[in-house]
Design a protein around this ligand. Structure first.
Ligand SMILES: Nc1nc2c(c(=O)[nH]1)N[C@H]1C(S)=C(S)[C@@H](COP(=O)(O)OP(=O)(O)OC[C@H]3O[C@@H](n4cnc5c(N)ncnc54)[C@H](O)[C@@H]3O)O[C@H]1N2
Ligand code: MOO
Length: 403
């Protein structure tokens, strides 16, 4: 879809949660910022602990107490030690810490006895040992999760440069649909796609600003589309995408001047999916079957929503063996829900535990791990046959230029 991403802006860290970095982040300071103690104990010169044992302790004069966030009052001279606490800066002259369990102050509090011998660097955290100033930390496209937020804050960043969430509207169509919470006859269907698709859109980073419903009536549908399209970046419809007499979504869009980039694909579930542009708005027409809507959203709407945020998602793909044989239409690629990857002791390749496939069913995708890809060109797949599985967890995101 030829559309520039939204301009990035600096958001307070918690508001940037779940978004994607619009530019690389380099470390603005060292981590840690200075040499400091890893333990509560005593800052010492390591050489002065040489040979120390419990019955032959090294004895040093206590000259200072250093707390985290405070500077030492003075440098350590030979024969001296400073009381020090975890995270407190190391006094000049000290090069090691002896933890307090291995030491004891004398009764008069003037000296400390050390029961172990330590080498320089013992129980210290060195300035820059984790991150050097200027080090490239996160690439553009990095997803801002909790761990990334923690790192940004520890570098002193109060904001992150991210693109705003694309605005998304979801319009469910169908005469048979009844909103949940109202009474329904057996021939009626509780409307579930709106909440399903809205939540999928949100999981892809969208700000779902509208949730509407239309009957299979061209004038009503037209009115909804005309009102919603200018207000959002991505408009997603469900139902009425196929060839039935009342499947009028594509017809109405065409009449409104939409340009179709995709209109039907060799994919199951999700075959009738379409992608179009209506003015500045990207429109994704999802099939009404919930299982088909889920796959079509995943393969067509999700990438669009992510692209608005400046990223291309790359899922991990693993080879796995089919837990059962499958027959399919040869001309279509099938995406079959994988409930789990099972590692058995019969080889290195895991087994993809397939769920029953039903475009009209809704349970198969709950807590799913990925899609098994049964490619077009063949009808029969044997049990145990290795195929590619697209995994949902831990994808890579790469920054992309606006098309
Ligand atoms: N003759 C043909 N018939 C069908 C074809 C075809 O190629 N030739 N394609 C089939 C495929 S594949 C799919 S997928 C479905 C999709 O059709 P539509 O997008 O037109 O969906 P509807 O007919 O409106 O609804 C299908 C099914 O889903 C239920 N539904 C719809 N919206 C919702 C909702 N918001 N919440 C819950 N359930 C919903 C609806 O009640 C129907 O049961 O077409 C095949 N037909
Ligand atoms: O594509 Mo439909 O999604 O096969 O049921």
């Amino acid at each position: 879809m030829a559309r520039a991403h939204a301009a990035p802006s600096h958001l307070p860290l918690l508001e940037a949660h779940g978004r994607f970095l619009a530019a690389r982040v380099d470390a603005a300071r060292a981590l840690p910022g200075c040499d400091n103690s890893a333990m509560d104990g005593w800052a010492v010169r390591a050489e002065e602990t040489r040979g120390a044992l419990r019955d032959r302790p090294a004895r040093l004069r206590i000259v200072d107490t250093v707390y985290a966030g405070h500077l030492p009052r003075r440098a350590l001279q030979p024969g001296e030690a400073a009381r020090i606490f975890t995270g407190a800066p190391l006094p000049t002259g000290a090069d090691a810490v002896v933890r307090q369990e291995a030491a004891r102050p004398t009764d008069d509090g003037t000296h400390v006895e050390l029961f172990i011998s330590v080498l320089p660097g013992h129980d210290l955290r060195r300035a820059g040992e984790e991150v050097m100033p200027g080090a490239p930390l996160f690439p553009a496209g990095q997803r801002v999760d909790a761990t990334v937020l923690g790192v940004l804050a520890s570098l002193g960043e109060a904001t992150a440069l991210v693109r705003p969430a694309p605005r998304v509207a979801v319009l469910a169509t169908g005469d048979e649909l009844v909103p949940p919470g109202q009474p329904a006859e057996p021939h009626q269907v509780f409307e579930s796609n709106r909440i399903l698709v809205a939540a999928l859109a949100r999981e892809a980073g969208a700000d779902v600003t509208w949730l509407d419903r239309s009957r299979d009536d061209e004038a009503e549908l037209h009115a909804h589309l005309e009102r919603l399209a200018p207000q959002v970046d991505v408009l997603i419809t469900t139902g009425g995408a196929s060839v039935g007499d009342r499947d009028c979504v594509k017809r109405v869009l065409t009449r409104m001047g939409a340009r179709f980039l995709v209109d039907g694909v060799a994919l199951k579930p999700g075959k009738p999916v379409a992608v179009a542009r209506l003015g500045h708005t990207a429109v994704v027409v999802l099939p009404g079957n919930p299982g088909a809507a889920t796959v079509a959203f995943d393969q067509f709407a999700r990438p669009l929503i992510l692209k608005h945020q400046g990223v291309l998602e790359q899922r991990r793909v693993v080879r796995a063996r089919l837990s059962e044989a499958r027959h399919k239409q040869a001309g279509l690629t099938y995406l079959v829900t994988v409930a789990a990857l099972d590692v058995r002791d019969d080889g290195a390749t895991p087994w993809a535990r397939l769920r029953p496939q039903g475009a009209g069913q809704i349970l198969q995708n709950v807590a799913a791990q990925g899609w098994a890809v049964l490619p077009s060109g063949r009808a029969d797949f044997a049990q145990g046959e290795p195929v590619d599985v697209q995994l949902f967890a831990l994808p890579d995101f790469q920054a992309v230029e606006a098309a």
